[in-house]
Design a protein around this ligand. Sequence first.
Ligand code: FAD
Ligand code: NAI
Length: 476
Amino acid sequence: MANKQFDVVVIGGGPGGYIAAIRAAQLGFNVACIDEWKNGKGGPAPGGTCTNVGCIPSKALLQSSEHFEQAGHHFVDHGIKVEGLGLDIDKMLARKDQVVKQNNDGILYLFKKNKISFFHGRGSFVKTDAAGYEIKVAGAAEESISGKHIIVATGSNARALPGTPFDEENILSNDGALRIGAVPKKLGLIGSGVIGLEMGSVWRRLGAEVTVLEALPTFLGAVDEQIAKEAKKAFDKQKLKIELGVKVGEIKSSKKGVSVAWTNAKGEAQTLEVDKLIVSIGRVPNTIGLNAEAVGLKLDERGAINVDDDCKTNLPNVWAIGDVVRGPMLAHKAEEEGVAVAERIAGQHGHVNFNTVPWVIYTSPEIAWVGQTEQQLKAAGRAYKAGTFPFLANGRARALGDTTGMVKFLADAATDEILGVHIVGPQASELISEAVVAMEFKASAEDIARICHAHPSLSEATKEAALAVDKRTLNF
Ligand code: FAD
Ligand code: NAI
C-alpha cells in the first residue's frame, strides 16, 4: 500500500517544529508533524524541550520561588506581615507540571485546528522516494509516511561533563533540575550561563545554599560588561555564590550526595560537597535516531545539521531549524526560522533578522538585551555614544520596591542609529521588546526619546536612557 503522502513533514514538535507546521498549514500545505516526547503516562507531550523541560517549567518555578522570596523577605517592606510562611514543594512542582500540560494540550489543539496530522513517535529517514522522502515513524505502532519537503526540528540535549553522565538523581541536567523533590540543603551548579543562573536562583530562593562553579574568568562574557557587573552585584547580595575561573576535577556521587574537586582562579585545590549537582555547561544538537546517513544529510563538526542562511541543508527540499542548527539556542529563534522556512517552501521570502533576536535571563533582576554590546562595538572599532538610566530614578520602580539596575542604549556616533539596548532590572523581559521594534525599524535613539511613554512606568527608564545618549535625561 502506498505511504501516506504529505507536502511537508516536520520532524520534531518543539517551538521550531510545531510553529513551522502551523505556518505551513496556514499556507495551504498538507502537513504532518512527528514528535516523540512522552508525558508521565506515555502519551504525547508536544512542545519539545521548551515546553517540557525548558522555558515553560523553569519560568513556572521562577515565578513560584519569587513569590516565596517576596513573601519571606520583601512583603514586610510594604507593611504586610506574613506569619507561618511555609513551602509545599509537592504542590509547587504539581502546579509547574499543570502549566506544562496546559501547553502540551494547547499544541495538540492547534494541530487539530490547523488540520495537521500528528504522529507520536520517533521519525527517521528511510530513503528518497518518488514523492520526496520516506520517513519511518516508530511509535506505539510503526508506519511509514512520505513528504515532498522535510523540516528537521529535532532540538538539542544537555551536554554532560566527560565521565559524569546524568543520573537525574544526584547529577542533574535541566530535566532533573526542574523536579528536585525536596529543597536540597546544599546545591552545586557547574556553569554560570543561563540555566545555571535561572536554576540556581530558583533553588536559592527556596532555601538551598547554592554554589556555582564557572570555568570562564569573566561573569556572563556575552553580556554587556556594565550590565553583567551590575547583575553580579545583585547576585552577590542575594548570596548566590559564583566562583569564576575554576577548573572542575573529579566528581564523586554517592548516596550521601556529590563531591566535586575543583581548583579556584588562584590555582588552589578545593572540594565542594553538595546534596545535588546541576550540570549546565551548554547543549548539543540532537540528531539521535534521525538516521541522517540514510539520505546523506550533512552535519557540521559540532554535530549540528549544516544549513545555509535560509535553513537549507545539503539535500533538496530538506530544511533544518532551531537548536539542531547554528545560531542561538532560543525558542523564539527556532519559531522565527520555522515560519520563514514554511514561507520559503511556499515561494515567499521568509526572513529572520539575527541582529534583532533578543536574549533574556529570567533571574531577579532580569537581564535582557538586543544588538551589540559595548565591548563588541569597541572591538569592531565602531564609533558609538552610550546612554544609561538607573531604575533608582524611576518612580514606578520605586513604587514597586525594585530599583536595581539600569537601561543602557548604544547608538552610532554619527547617525544615532540604535546599535544595542541592554537592561538589567525589573521586567527587563518585557521592556526589551520596545528596543527590538525600534531596531527592526532602524530607529535612532532620538526617535525613542521623542516618543510619549506612560507615566509612571518602567518604560520611562527606556525613554530616559535614550535621552541620556544625547546627555539630556530629565529625571537624573
Ligand atoms: P526542542 O524544543 O528541543 O524540540 C525538539 C523536539 O523534537 C522534542 O520534542 C524532541 O523529543 C523531538 N525529537 C527529536 N528527535 C526526534 C525524532 N527523531 N523524531 C521525533 N521527534 C523527535 N529559550 C528561550 O527562548 N527562552 C527561555 O526562557 C528558555 N528557557 C530554557 C530553559 C531551560 C532549562 C532549557 C534547557 C532551555 C531553555 N530555552 C529557552 C531554550 C529552548 O528550550 C530551546 O531553544 C528550544 O526548545 C529549541 O526549540 P526546537 O524546536 O529547536 O527544539
Ligand atoms: P550556557 O552556554 O548559557 O552556559 C554554559 C556555561 O558553562 C558557560 O558560562 C560556560 O563557560 C560554562 N562551562 C562550560 N564548560 C564548563 C566546565 N567544564 N566547567 C565549568 N563551567 C563550564 O549554557 P546553559 O546554561 O547550559 O544553557 C544552554 C542554552 O539553553 C543557553 O545557551 C540558551 O541558549 C538556552 N537557555 C535559554 C534560556 C533563556 O532564554 N532564558 C534559559 C535557559 C537556557
